[in-house]
Design a protein around this ligand. Structure first.
Ligand code: SF4
Length: 77
């Protein structure tokens, strides 16, 4: 599974597709990847990244948002 690149994030921002974003406060606890492995994956530095998907199911992202101890995940559009 590929992770979103900065270019893909810019394309999503320019479109109407709602997508999850992980900000720089991520501490790499892996809760989001454990709960919603369909959407989140830890990179080589053990920080959460969003996987490159055609769309993102609300329930997977919302569960990860609820589980994140530092509020690093949010929806973007
Ligand atoms: S749950 Fe939050 S802090 Fe933990 S890895 Fe995911 S984004 Fe980072």
């Amino acid at each position: 599974m590929n992770l979103l690149t900065p270019e893909q994030i810019e394309k999503l921002r320019a479109s109407s597709i709602r997508f999850p974003d992980v900000n720089e406060t991520c501490i790499g606890c892996s809760a989001c990847a454990a709960i919603s492995w369909e959407v989140f994956e830890l990179d080589d530095e053990w920080l959460s990244k969003v996987q490159d998907l055609p769309s993102y199911e609300d329930k997977f992202v919302d569960e990860a948002i609820s589980a994140c101890p530092v509020d690093a995940i949010s929806w973007k559009q």
